[in-house]
Ligand binder design. Structure first.
Ligand code: UT7
Length: 332
């Protein structure tokens, strides 16, 4: 939808990753793979892996604190905290409740949002709408995942792809014409079975059988998700741009979900945008799920790639299967 009422945008960004680095060479010693295969098929060279005592809320809290500091907002002034994640600390309470406590965001309503790797952009859209409507003034949006906990480290087709991390943004009112200009969210539930964590929910509660059957790990038909991603990324960005009367050539910075360099290249080709406008950090972190887009946005901004007034496009795709894109004019 296009935005009409009060404008909402990003006031500050944050990110957090675990210290431990797992390289492709490390993976060569764990499963039947090679640095050459991983690099050419995905673009990934290394990823971060959470320590044993490090959970999603720990990374989310660190990223959230940094975003609050950058935005100049006190935790107690937050009205809402949304944590997008598929790896909550536990089934309930929501990870957002744990983050709220850790930050001291005592006046905030809180909830988790599950939209896989599209989660951050989904949450950003909702956050902006609450600000635009005047209902809320300061919202903390976090995308955080510790996929290493649900990765089958004996399955070479998935374990080389993922990493852990968190990214955060404080959303608040901005000058008219800035902030979120348009978004486009959606899902194809009928294709959801291509990327699942089958057990541990009400359909298949945890049992000896589900553990033995490795049903508490990511199950993915990578090539199907690949096809979906290449198709929807271009389409959703085109739709979002159209809603705010912009064209692909108007984009200054393109920040796509960092799943696979080949998917990013294919999306750029479909959109007809040159690689120098695209921010890529997949080589350093792998696919960090809901954290991927905000981590890339954070690094793009820190590296001086985004200037005031720039048109920035964010796009994610993932479990659901979902997609989400957002077009912003940078600045407050
Ligand atoms: O955030 C959303 C989450 N998911 C994604 O973004 C995943 C999207 N999909 C992809 O990125 C790609 O499909 C993959 C990177 C997962 C796989 O790349 P691909 O080019 O689609 O490879 P493939 O699955 O068609 O496998 C090609 C071959 C197979 O061998 P055979 O059957 O041709 O002999 C695999 O067994 O590569 C083999 N293979 C590997 N070889 C070495 C699969 N994984 C590995 C590996 N190392 N780690």
């Amino acid at each position: 939808m296009t935005r009409q009422v009060r404008a909402a945008g990003i006031w500050g960004l944050g990110m957090a990753v675990p210290e431990r680095i797992l390289t492709n060479a490390d993976l060569e010693r764990m499963v039947d793979t090679t640095d050459e295969w991983i690099t050419t098929r995905t673009g990934i060279k290394e990823r971060r892996i959470a320590a044993e005592d490090e959970a999603t809320s720990d990374l989310a809290t660190r990223a959230g604190k940094l975003a609050l500091r950058e935005a100049g907002v006190a935790a107690e002034d937050l009205d809402l905290v949304i944590v997008a994640t598929v790896t909550p600390d536990m089934n309930f309470p929501a990870t957002a409740c744990i983050v709220q406590m850790r930050l001291g965001a005592t006046n905030a309503a809180v909830f988790d949002l599950s939209a896989g790797c599209s989660g951050f952009v989904y949450a950003l859209d909702i956050a902006a709408r609450t600000v635009e409507s005047g209902a809320y003034h300061r919202v903390l949006v976090i995308g955080a995942d510790v996929l290493s906990r649900i990765t089958d480290w004996t399955d070479r087709s998935t374990c080389v792809l993922f990493g852990d991390g968190a990214g955060a943004a404080v959303v608040g009112p901005v000058e008219h014409g800035r902030g979120l200009l348009a978004t486009d969210l959606g899902a194809v539930g009928a294709e959801g079975h291509f990327l699942t964590l089958p057990a541990g929910g009400s359909r298949k509660p945890a049992s000896l059988e589900t553990v033995e059957g490795k049903e508490h790990y990511i199950h993915m038909q990578g090539n199907e998700v690949y096809k979906f991603a290449v198709r929807v990324m271009g389409e959703t960005v085109q739709r979002a741009l159209k809603k705010c009367d912009l064209a692909p050539e108007d984009m200054d910075v393109f920040v796509p979900h960092q799943a696979n360099i080949r998917i990013i290249d294919a999306a750029c080709k479909r959109l007809g945008i040159s690689r120098d406008k695209v921010f890529v950090n997949v080589h350093a972190y792998g696919n960090t799920s809901a954290a991927s887009v905000p981590m890339a946005l954070y690094e793009a901004f820190r590296e001086g790639r985004i200037d005031d007034g720039d048109i920035v496009a964010l796009v994610g795709f993932g479990a659901g299967l979902t997609w989400a894109s957002a077009i912003l004019r940078w600045g407050r």
